[in-house]
Every structure is written in structure tokens, then in C-alpha cells.
Design a binder for this molecule. Structure first.
Ligand code: NAI
Length: 291
């Protein structure tokens, strides 16, 4: 596939990573975030990561300069108008995503793809919001679920909503492959495959901690050594973001209509205290010394 102009909405952990991988894969990438400081941080992070690629001998300075030249950062959503594929990576909140996709459906009325990096929210519902705003737009809505950290993780879960067309799915699979990723299809059920299986396990680790079964570090060590996990579930929760974990548990509980998926009270309490994980410097564990 040739070069595509990709518009990214949300320049946080995931949007920033997707943008970087896209630019390195020779696509033109425009990144938009409603928060100026997030955009500034994203740009600095891209420069730092690319400089590290040169230091490690994985990219030449010329390749890095070319990748930086393909990246644009914009402070208004109108800056995305030339995008052929839009990938949304904003907060994991169904209402906020629905509002955004309704707006995108009116803004992009051609054959542009409107993809969401949601970890758990129904693609069919997001597509319905797009359809409502602009009839037929729902067939261009699809889930393109990258994994964290995006430059390292190969998987893209491709989730087809009820309205998603075969052409949209084919284009997204080709785009993911062009970015060096392995796209695997999953159906549109709450949490898809990855979070349906992973997130209840993470939630259970919080219950184990809350009930005093073991200290957090010991819970993680047991799961690493006993189950051959590269990272313990509590460390992984910090990495994902504890707020995102709560959002995903809410989606599972509501979408699967089962209270056994409710977020553990301790997990919710940490979020209320602003302990969101790596991104806030403290979650289950403390990262302030390493920041
Ligand atoms: P994050 O909190 O790091 O970044 C979200 C960014 O979106 C922030 O910079 C925020 O300013 C911006 N934003 C929020 N609302 C916006 C709006 N209406 N318009 C423009 N920008 C807006 O979040 P993260 O971790 O990057 O997650 C983003 C999405 O990716 C979520 O849907 C999440 O479920 C999903 N995801 C997260 C993974 C993870 O490990 N953190 C893994 C896979 C998917």
C-alpha cells in the first residue's frame, strides 16, 4: 500500500505511539489533541524516541529527519481535513466518543475511514452515532485496536461493527500491515477478545491486594514466575492507566450485563486519588523517582 494521510485524534500514550509508527512507516500523519500541553509533550516524545533509534543504530539521521517531516501537530480538528484515515485515541468514554464520531461523520463525508482505538466500547454504537449524524457514515467506522507500547506490540485487533463495510475492513487490514503490524479480526462484543480476557484478571489482582492475599509486588512476582507473564497484572494496570482500566471494566459490566465485571473498589479509589499509573507518576507503584 502507498502512503496514506493518517489523522490521529488524541496525542496521549496510544495516539502518540500510533502517530510515530505511522510516520516511520512512511505515512503522512497529522496529530490533533484538544489539550495543548498533551500535543507539546507528544512532539517532544517523538523527537526523543526517534533520537534513540539513531543512537541504537536502528535508523539513520536522514530517516529520522524524514519521519519528523511527515509528522504535523495541529491545535484544531480542522487541521485533519486531508486525512484519508482518521484514528481516534481519546478518553475511553462511550458518550465522548459518540459525540466525536458524530462530528467526524459530518466533517468527513467522502470515503475516509473513521477508526477508533477503543479497548472495549461497542463499534456498532460508535458507528450508529456517526450514521445518525451523516447517513451511511457508519460503514466507514471500524475498530483498530493497537496495543501499548505501540512501537513494540505487533497486534492490531480489527473489530467490525454491524454497519462496517467489507471495503473498510480490507483497507484497515492493509494499513495495519503497512505499519508492520499483524491485524487479527474479532467480533464486536464488549471488550472484544483482548480485554474480555485480560481486564477481569487485572481486576482480580486488585481484589487479591484489597483482601490482603499478598502485597502488590508479591502478586506480580507470583504471576510472572508462576504464569510466565512478562509483567505482573498490577504493573500492567499502571502501564495501561488505572482510569482506563476502570472505564473498560464499566464497559464489560454494562455490555455483558453482569456485575461480576464491576471494577474493584480499591482500583476505583486509586483513580479517585489521582493515582492513574505511569502517566501520573504513581498508581499501584510509585514512579516519581524514575520520572
Ligand atoms: P491518554 O489519557 O494517554 O490520552 C488521551 C488523549 O486524548 C489526551 O491527551 C487528551 O487530551 C485527549 N483527548 C481527550 N478527549 C479529547 C477530545 N474530545 N478531542 C481531542 N483530544 C482529546 O489515553 P490512552 O492511554 O492513550 O488511551 C486512548 C484510547 O486508547 C482509549 O480509548 C483507550 O481505551 C485506548 N487504548 C489504551 C491502551 C493503553 O494501554 N493505555 C491500549 C489500547 C487502547
Amino acid at each position: 500500500m502507498g502512503s496514506t494521510t493518517i489523522g490521529i485524534i488524541g496525542s496521549g500514550q496510544m495516539g502518540g505511539g500510533i502517530a510515530l509508527v505511522g510516520a516511520v512507516a512512511k505515512h503522512n500523519v497529522v496529530v490533533y489533541d484538544k489539550a495543548n500541553e498533551a500535543l507539546t509533550k507528544c512532539r517532544a516524545d517523538h523527537a526523543k524516541r526517534l533520537a534513540r533509534e539513531v543512537e541504537k543504530g536502528r535508523m539513520t539521521q536522514a530517516d529520522v529527519d524524514a519521519a519528523i517531516g511527515r509528522l504535523k501537530y495541529v491545535h484544531h480538528v480542522d487541521g485533519l481535513k486531508d486525512a484519508e484515515v482518521v484514528i481516534e485515541a481519546i478518553v475511553e468514554d462511550a458518550r465522548v466518543k459518540a459525540e466525536l464520531f458524530a462530528m467526524l461523520a459530518k466533517m468527513f463525508t467522502g470515503n475516509q475511514i473513521l477508526a477508533t482505538n477503543t479497548s472495549s466500547i461497542s463499534i456498532t454504537e460508535i458507528a450508529a452515532a456517526a450514521d445518525h449524524a451523516h447517513k451511511g457514515a457508519g460503514e466507514r467506522v471500524i475498530g483498530m485496536h493497537f496495543f501499548n507500547p505501540v512501537p513494540v506490540m505487533k497486534l492490531v485487533e480489527v473489530i467490525k461493527g454491524n454497519q462496517t463495510s467489507a471495503a473498510t475492513t480490507e483497507r484497515v487490514i492493509a494499513l495495519a500491515q503497512s505499519m508492520g503490524k499483524t491485524p487479527i479480526p474479532a467480533n464486536d462484543r464488549a471488550g472484544f477478545v483482548s480485554n474480555r480476557v485480560l481486564m477481569p484478571m487485572i481486576n482480580e489482582a486488585f481484589y487479591a491486594w484489597m483482601e490482603g492475599v499478598a502485597e502488590p509486588a508479591h502478586i506480580d512476582e507470583i504471576m510472572k514466575l508462576g504464569c510466565n507473564f512478562p509483567m505482573g497484572p498490577l504493573r500492567l494496570a499502571d502501564f495501561i492507566g488505572l482510569d482506563t482500566c476502570v472505564h473498560i471494566m464499566n464497559v464489560l459490566a454494562d455490555g455483558l450485563n453482569n456485575d461480576r465485571y464491576r471494577a474493584c473498589p480499591l482500583l476505583k479509589q486509586l483513580v479517585a486519588a489521582g493515582r492513574l499509573g505511569d502517566k501520573s507518576g504513581r498508581g499501584v507503584f510509585d514512579y516519581t523517582a524514575t520520572k
